[in-house]
Write a protein that binds this ligand. Structure first.
Ligand code: BGC
Length: 778
């Protein structure tokens, strides 16, 4: 299954969303080039530098608890001045783009300032972190990846694009396509996990969801995949810290999702913050000029991460801001994203000093203006405020979010058929996260509506109906970060200790409710401000008193269902042995609680699969399924003397309410030459008593060659729903795209003469196998 062919079959449309394929208004490339060149010919150097600068403009409402919030944000590297400075720059006609404004009326007001201030009437482009929804919040990206459902992923971002575009936003800083193999890194929640094949497919589905048929498609926005490149491999999992990656890891693991999104036509790429092998990403000629633009032919515009051009100074790389700006624009970073004290305002000086050729500036401006032209901004820069109200309230968007949350949940364990729940008379819902709207939504959302957010408690109450007694106790107070998050300044993100909370009495009350109920549903995990950007951690334990709460509830003898609210794997060793049912619900979004109730009561079956290997303990990380073997492979599961060196749950793991058996793994031929394709087929049967969802997975292993290759590599997958007793035969092509790999010895892609073992099954430990040869004598 090739990434592109899979998603080409879906049309990504929910009601109201123009399908990919709908006619796209706009001008031809030649007309756009002519118009843009005419503008550039009249622009001053300061106006050009302005087009290459994107300013934060904070527009977030103060929270109810603290009306002073959001007034003066303390952001790394921010200069004083803030919004007043930005408006002054707008009045001078020296702003290319603004980010963080989401209110259509404010967008129109700022746009009027921009158009009036610019001698050529060039409007600004509005960008925003539309990560997993704007008003309708979908499950967090790692959860969407866990659905392994490319149509649902595409649809989720199509809904987000429709809301964003209606609000006046032209460009989403998403998807994050960084591979993450170290769950200490908080931004693992924003990506698709550890595997380049799955992550590439998920990334492309998101780009198509955001952009439809390309820039200018109605109701769509520019996708800005990020952070180019290697950001997920931060030393020690510490956000922003240096990254050192081998040639083989870069080409085989970290770069493929970027290459896939470039091929899929993403309009923008954002560079990363950190050094990659000693060179800051925002000033990295090899990355941006050679790989992105040269090898892959990317012709969209490149933006830096926030303050990252300015930071070329703090990297001890650039001499001063003029040097920083010159070096970034020279490698091909077209736009600087800035909190203040921008480097690109110094570009005129840099040109005058001979540090940059004006032609380089013109090329960058051309790319930015072309994006504006394609988005229709040069024709109609304003947004219809009434339409925004209608689109943001669309119930079809909430329905899509509910389906997405159903499909992203992963059933990690289900002993003795505890799930689905069948006719309990009483349910005790336990844990502070069960009743927290803000945490249900997850990190990286700003424009949500808390009132319509359905918590797990609410979802269970609504679904259970009057005949079932649903009681609730938090059991413990919320846990807190030791060091605050920069996002805590945005208001409403810090969990609040309930006033007068009596720890002993509350724990006792939770235990009593569990004792008196037929089933206890315990919701545990991380509070949403503990995951995301600047949310790395040194342990994977359940924060606060959560494990003790779980142990106390389990000790009652009442059957327990554990729901995990998380964006990274947590240390669940005790739960995996002592709790009969564990469902990973992630941060499930606006409709999260409703979807969780649908799953618990069996209205739909879970079918998500882990997009990462779930380690037992932090000491094992990074832990990946696609490792190589060397000395003493027989004891690879015992590399530590104190803990098994296997995951708690393998990559690709996830159960359903059906049972799946795989048989008849066959190939259409057993010998191919390099460049040819072999097609594998396998039959999957639901041998269980209920309908269920499964993601059939195909892996390969190369037996010998010119490099050591991983013991397993994912090369195909397909999600399917099967009724009890139903079978389906699936096919998976294995061609050059699946069989090639980057060989560090020759520094190029190769397909070896070798034997390939093929495995098919439910997860990365699948053992149904067959094999074929490439280029060997028959
Ligand atoms: C993040 C980016 C984000 C940007 C704008 C940065 O700190 O790394 O992912 O798009 O801020 O909010």
């Amino acid at each position: 299954m090739s990434v592109r062919s899979t998603i080409a079959t879906s049309n990504g449309s929910a009601p109201g969303i123009p399908a990919a394929g709908a006619p796209r208004p706009g001008r031809s490339d030649a007309e756009i080039a002519e118009r843009v060149d005419a503008l550039i010919a009249q622009m001053t150097m300061a106006e050009k530098a302005g087009q290459l600068t994107q300013y934060f403009y904070f527009d977030l409402p103060p929270s109810e608890e603290n009306p002073e919030e959001n007034k003066d944000l303390d952001l790394p590297g921010a200069a004083p001045g803030g919004e007043a400075d930005v408006e002054a720059a707008l009045a001078r006609g020296e702003v290319g783009s603004l980010l963080f404004v989401t209110d259509p009326a404010k967008i129109n007001r700022l746009q009027r300032l921009a158009v009036a201030g610019n001698r050529h009437g060039i409007p600004v482009m509005f960008g925003f972190d539309v990560i997993h929804g704007l008003r309708t919040i979908f499950p967090v990206p790692i959860a969407m990846a866990a659905s392994w459902d490319l149509a649902a992923i595409e649809q989720g971002q199509a809904v987000a694009a429709r809301e964003a575009r209606a609000a006046g936003i032209h460009w989403a800083f998403a998807p994050m396509v960084d591979i993450a193999r170290d769950p200490r890194w908080g931004r693992i929640v924003e990506g698709a996990g550890e595997d380049p094949y799955l992550a590439s497919a998920v990334a492309v589905a998101q780009v198509v969801g955001f952009q439809g048929d390309g820039l200018g498609s109605p109701g769509r926005v520019i996708a800005g995949p990020k952070h180019f490149a290697g950001y997920g491999a931060a030393l020690g999992g510490r956000d922003y810290d240096e990254v050192n990656l081998s040639d083989s890891e870069l080409w085989n693991v970290y770069l493929p999702p970027f290459e896939a999104v470039v091929k899929a036509g993403a309009g923008n790429i954002m560079t990363a913050y950190m050094d990659l092998n000693g060179i800051p990403a925002a000033g990295n000629h090899w990355l941006v000029a050679e790989v992105l633009r040269g090898t892959w032919g990317f012709d969209g515009f490149v933006v830096s991460d926030a303050q990252a051009v300015h930071d070329l100074r703090t990297h001890d790389f650039a001499a001063d801001l003029t040097d920083a700006g010159a070096r970034a624009v020279r490698v091909g970073v077209d736009m600087e994203m800035t909190f203040g004290d921008p480097a690109y305002v110094h570009l005129p000086e840099a040109v005058a000093a001979g540090l940059v050729d004006e032609k380089i500036l013109d090329t960058a401006v051309r790319r930015v203006l072309a994006a504006k032209a394609r988005m229709g901004l040069l024709d109609d820069p304003y947004v219809d405020e009434e339409n925004a109200r209608i689109v943001l309230a669309d119930p079809a968007h909430r329905a899509a979010a509910r389906t997405a949350a159903q499909r992203s949940a992963v059933l990690l364990r289900n002993e003795s058929g505890v799930l689905p729940l069948t006719g309990p008379g009483s349910i005790a819902v336990i844990g502070p996260l069960a009743d927290s709207r803000r945490d249900t939504l997850g990190p990286w959302v700003f424009d949500f509506d808390l009132d319509e957010t359905v918590t797990v408690l609410q979802g269970i109450r609504d679904r259970a109906g009057a005949a079932v007694e649903v009681s609730y106790a938090p059991g413990i107070r919320p846990a807190h970060r030791r060091f605050p998050s920069m996002f805590d300044q945005f208001g409403g993100t810090v969990p609040v200790d309930p006033p007068g909370f009596d720890d002993a009495a509350e724990l006792g009350r939770a235990v009593s409710l569990a004792e008196a109920s037929d089933i206890a549903v315990v919701v545990l995990g991380e509070w949403q401000n503990m995951i995301g950007e600047a949310a790395s951690r040194s342990s994977l334990e359940l924060p606060g008193g959560q494990l003790a709460l779980l142990q106390a509830v389990v000790a009652t003898g009442t059957p327990v269902v554990l729901l995990v609210m998380n964006g990274r794997p947590l240390d669940l060793r005790w739960a995996a042995e002592n709790v009969p049912a564990i469902l990973d619900i992630w941060y499930p979004g606006t409709q999260g609680g409703a979807a969780v109730a649908d799953l618990l009561f069996g209205d739909v079956a879970p079918g998500g699969k882990l997009p990462f290997s779930w380690p037992r303990t932090v000491g094992q990380v990074p832990m990946i399924y696609s490792h190589t073997v060397s000395h003493d492979p027989g004891h690879q599961d015992r590399r530590y003397w104190d803990e098994a060196s296997t995951p708690l749950f393998p990559f690709g793991h996830g159960l359903s309410y059906g049972q799946f058996e795989y048989r008849d793994l066959t190939l259409d031929r057993n010998h191919i030459q390099p460049g040819q394709t072999v097609t594998a087929s396998v039959t999957v049967t639901n041998t269980g008593e209920r309908a269920g969802d499964e993601v059939a997975q195909l892996y390969i292993r190369q037996r010998h060659g010119t490099a050591s290759r991983p013991v397993r590599e994912l090369k195909g997958f397909q999600r399917l729903t099967l009724a009890a007793g139903e079978s389906r035969t699936l096919t998976f092509p294995l061609g050059p795209a699946e069989l090639r790999y980057w060989n560090a010895a020759v520094r190029d892609w190769v397909i070896d003469t070798t034997t390939i073992d093929v495995y098919a099954g439910s997860d990365s430990t699948a053992d149904l196998t067959t094999s074929f040869t490439i280029g060997l004598p028959v």
